[in-house]
Every structure is written in structure tokens, then in C-alpha cells.
Design a protein around this ligand. Sequence first.
Ligand code: SF4
Length: 377
Amino acid sequence: MFWLEIITLAKLIIILTLKVLATSNPVRFDIKVLKKMEIHQKLKFWFQLEGRDLPWRHTKDPYLIWLSEVILQQTRVEQGLPYYWKFSERFPTVQDLAKANDDEVFRLWQGLGYYSRAKSLLKTAREIERSHQGIFPANYDALISLPGIGPYTAAAVASFAFNKAHPVLDGNVKRVVSRCIKLAEGIESKKANSVMHEWLNQNMDHNNPADFNQSIMELGALICTPRKPMCMRCPIQVHCLANQEGEEEKYPIKKAKTSKQVLHLAFAFAQNENQLLIQKRKPHGIWANLWELPSRITQEFPVISDLEMDFPGVSNKDYTAVKLPSHLLSHREIRAQVFVFHYSGPASEGQKWIAKSEIENHGFPRILTRYFETSLP
Ligand code: SF4
């Protein structure tokens, strides 16, 4: 413990030295001051030196902060960054997003997965336009009452944009806290949630919650990683119980994973010359509101006769069957087959004929865009 503390102090001295050299600020070193530093101060020093330079960290605009948070849910920063630029350029304000065409938003979202997020993005923007005159609410209670904004996002926007003292509790922060206190509860339980909130509230700088939240999230993303955390580079190593007992990877404690439900789907690639029949999905369930090829859920792996109800006589036609790679969603695995055949009948309700060149103007689920990319000229 003694040596650990010496090492941590040495690391902080180096960080402080670099900081002073960088700013030529005449700060006097005092070992007693460093030793007395609180968790939030250590985190802030580390963050100033090692935190990533990301565009949403240079703004206090609640809309842009919210946009980045929605994009980054279940998405790595490198993958989300181009989407942040696309959305913030095309829809620079929440009013612009509220007026957007649904299909355009789904199309821009294409490739990011979890389309319910795009849907909820639109819903929230329209509610802000409708009931807050297009102005983002500035406090946690008003934020969390909006559709599509949960406790994590409300705390992130309230603290980053308005400097309100609400701790954020995303997956990265949960990992750091659960390791620091060796949290014996399953990470998703209510009790675990309140214990972690309490720890964060006790250790947060209430005058500067934005920096505290940013730095502990960043620590979870860069240092306190799920596997092989880099504890020797961690600014709060001396405060971490799991590290003291070499049990970092035991935490957080998670519930055993349940196996994913398998969904079998038959897709009809019904074409007539250069035309393709597509249909809009329902406004709820997976891929809500996206476009798709006419489809049927099947009991087992699909065969052509599964499409007989929608395309009578299809089993006797010439067709090609293309098995798609298994596709994983958060709770489901999709096993699908596309049947390609000629069809010249009318479009049913909710369907339409489009030129194949228009495919890219429509938002499709990733499983189909991948198929189009590999199968169409
Ligand atoms: S010491 Fe290691 S396990 Fe503990 S918070 Fe730091 S990085 Fe995470």
C-alpha cells in the first residue's frame, strides 16, 4: 500500500510537471498537497493530460452533446465520429432535426445499427420543438421527462451542457466504480445502482461535475478496460480495492448471459426488369419504420414455399436462393435467406415499386444493405 501510494504520487508529480511546463504557470510543488488530493482532482489532472480530443467536448450546446450521446450508445467512438459529423452538419440545431424527413434520418443512420435510437432521436427533437419551443431544457427533471431520454443521457446533458451536479453512470463508469469498491451486487440491480450513485456523489467535484463525469468516463474507456486494465497508469489506483487484491477482472459482476432468440426470415427479392418491390416495416418491433424486402417469419430455416401466401405460385417459378450470413441484434440472432425471382404483380398496401438505383435513397436494415452491396452491380 505504501509503495503503491508513492508510485501514484510520482505519476501525479510527472503529470503536474508536464502541465506546468505546458502552461508555464508558476505552481509550486508540495508533496503534502499532492498526497491530500481527492479522487476528482486526480482524475481531472489525468484527463487534462490523457483525455481524447473529441468534438463534442468543445461545446456546451446541449443539442450537440445529446446527439453525441445518442450516437455513442453501444457504439465505439471511432465508429460514431463520422455519424456525429454527418448529423451535426445536416441538422445543426434541434429545430432542423425536428423538421427532418424520417427516411433521410434513417438513411443517414444506416450502418450504425439499433435503429430504435434514430427513431427516438426524431421523437425527442419533435417533442422539444413542440413543448419547449425548440429550446433544450436546462435541468435534469425536464430532460428526463422527454421521450427517449433516460437517466444516463439526462445526467450527461445536464452536467456537460449546464454544469449541473448529476453523476453519469454508463458502462465505463460502472466498471471503474464497481472495481474501486469491489461491488458484490450484480451490476444491473437497483441496489448496485444506488450504491454506485452514492460513491459518485461523494467523490464528485460539485463545483465542476462536467470535468468529473468526463474524466471518469474516459478512465473507463481508456485505462479501466474490461480486460487487462492498465492499473499502473491509473490515477486512482490507491483508491481501488479490486486492484489491491489483484481481482480487477472479477468486477463488475454480471448476470449470466441468456442465449439469443433465433429468428428465421424469408426475404423476397421480387424484381421486374429494373424495378424492385419493397415495403415499409411497422412502427414498432425490430427495424421499426425502415424499408425492407417483403418478408415472412418462418418456423425453421426458410424455404421458397414460405413465400407462397404473398406470392402465389412462386415455388414453381425460376428462382435463386441466397443464404445471408447470420446477423446478431442485441437480443436476437437473425438467420435469413433471400429468394430472387421475377414478379410483375401489383404492390400491396405498404409496398411500392422502386428502381434498383433508388435503393440507396431508402433506409434498410444492415442485413439487407450488406446483401445489396455484395449482390447488386
Ligand atoms: S486501479 Fe485498475 S481496476 Fe482499479 S480503477 Fe484503476 S484501472 Fe480500474
